[in-house]
Ligand binder design. Structure first.
Ligand SMILES: *Cc1c(COP(=O)(O)O)cnc(C)c1O
Length: 433
């Protein structure tokens, strides 16, 4: 079961949390309890294939609501690509999460969510169409568009900030057509997110549509992200070693998922949250005071978030105990200049090419390991460098080869609608149905 973080008496099923996205009081849903995995699970971990491992973890969050065979099928489709851990320096690994269809880690959350929705829509024969509304700072849009493209009974509407997503990101969310619409907003990601939140609270809209969100505020996107950490642990032979994960963070969903994995018993020694100049959380970790900020545009656009939604979930996991959180989490903020030098450093030293987001995670990890040299470090490489072509090529002063997948995308026609304000969004949603 899931409770609203604003009102612990508001308890809903997985299905309700999945379709509602946000609780009526605007707060996020969170599992009422997180059980440790059984001894048998840990004993068999190394022998299990990835799908079975994923099933054993995720079934705890859907319980009887999705039958075993269906959940297994959903998981198989969700993680039908690799998650390699690549050694880049001594005791330092890159966990590559970009081998999915849109070349960023968000494919996993989006595919799992669409799979679960598809299951309920078919099993319960929904009469009305579901509208998935999502704000994106770059990668969410493409992943959600791809995850839901062609799913019967679902329309997808994506809001993105004009001129603030990369060329490839924009192509990925504007060229699918069919049940996917892309709306361009003249503003920042936070404004897109605000409009999405406003729609959920609009009683008029909610009377006429089944509206749901596919942002990481949706618990169904967050939960499967735990798998990255389990898979890395399984792949690296790091038993009895202290392992640190560095996570490039924006809305803090990915980090929160790692902390959930730890809560289930995964022996993670420490977390590093690496941000860009949107340093709300690094400041919080210094002062204990949460002050949301206006968003700043950076070269790591998927992390341009001034008021990260998932941070309340993290606080909940630590029972709002600042000292306890401080023991397990270190947060650093990096400038664009530092991010570029991180890419250069690793490329010229080890010939390993980072995307800018992965670079912040790499820098954070290095910084933390200076004082903790015996620990094993894993940083999450969340996107393929090709998604940030210009930045990457400028950093290493070299052209990189463009994969076939992207060349094909460039030939397609972009389709988008410009939206100026909430009123226009509302009429779009109503006319779209
Ligand atoms: C979304 C995204 C992030 C940030 O993840 P959060 O879960 O929002 O913290 C980092 N890197 C890339 C490439 C992303 O797409």
């Amino acid at each position: 079961m899931y409770l609203s973080l604003g009102n612990s008496k508001d308890i809903v099923s997985f299905k309700e949390a999945l379709f509602k996205g946000l609780a009526p009081d605007k707060s996020l849903y969170f599992p009422t309890k997180i059980d440790k995995l059984s001894n048998d699970f840990w004993k068999n971990l190394k022998k299990m294939n990835t799908t079975s491992l994923a099933y054993e973890v995720l079934r705890n969050f859907t319980k009887k609501e999705i039958p075993k065979e269906n959940l297994f099928e959903i998981i198989k489709k969700t993680i039908d690509f690799d998650f390699p851990t690549v050694s880049v320096e001594k005791n330092l690994y890159s966990l590559e999460l970009f081998h999915g269809p849109t070349m960023a880690f968000k494919d996993v959350g989006a595919k799992f969510m669409s799979g679960c929705m598809n299951y309920f829509i078919e099993a319960e024969n929904f009469k009305n169409k579901v509208t998935v509304l999502v704000a994106t700072s770059g990668d969410t849009g493409g992943a959600v568009a791809n995850g839901f493209s062609g799913v019967d009974g679902v329309d997808v509407v994506i809001l993105y900030p004009k001129g603030r997503v990369s060329e490839i990101q924009e192509l990925q969310l504007t060229t699918l057509g069919k049940n996917v619409s892309a709306l361009e907003i003249d503003g920042y990601f936070d404004e897109c997110q605000e409009m999405v939140k406003k729609s959920f609270l609009d009683s008029d809209l909610n009377e006429k549509l089944i509206l749901t969100s596919a942002n990481s505020i949706n618990i169904a996107r967050l939960i499967p992200q735990m798998l990255y950490y389990f898979i890395a642990y399984k792949n690296l032979n790091i038993e009895n070693l202290e392992v640190v994960f560095s996570v490039p963070s924006g809305n803090f969903g990915n980090l929160c998922a790692g902390m959930l994995a730890k809560k289930m018993g995964l022996p993670i020694n420490h977390f590093v949250a690496s941000t860009n100049k949107n340093d709300t959380v690094p400041n919080f970790m210094k002062t204990g005071e949460y002050k949301k900020q206006k968003t700043i545009s950076t070269i790591t656009n998927a992390m341009d978030v001034g008021d990260p939604s998932n941070f309340v979930r993290i606080l909940r996991l630590y029972n709002n105990d600042f000292q306890k959180l401080k023991k397990e989490l270190t947060a650093y903020s990096f400038s664009d200049k530092e991010t570029i030098s991180g890419m250069q450093e690793l490329y010229f030293k080890s010939k390993y090419l980072l995307d800018p987001h992965g670079s912040t995670a790499y820098l954070g990890l290095k910084k933390y390991l200076v004082n903790n040299p015996r620990k094993i470090g894993v940083f999450l490489e969340t996107a393929h460098p090709i998604k940030f072509l210009e930045t990457v090529e400028n950093a290493i002063e070299k052209k990189i080869r463009i994969p076939e997948k992207i060349l094909k995308l460039r030939k397609k026609k972009k389709e988008k609608t410009c939206i100026k304000n909430y009123k226009e969004l509302k009429s779009f949603l109503l006319s779209n149905n």
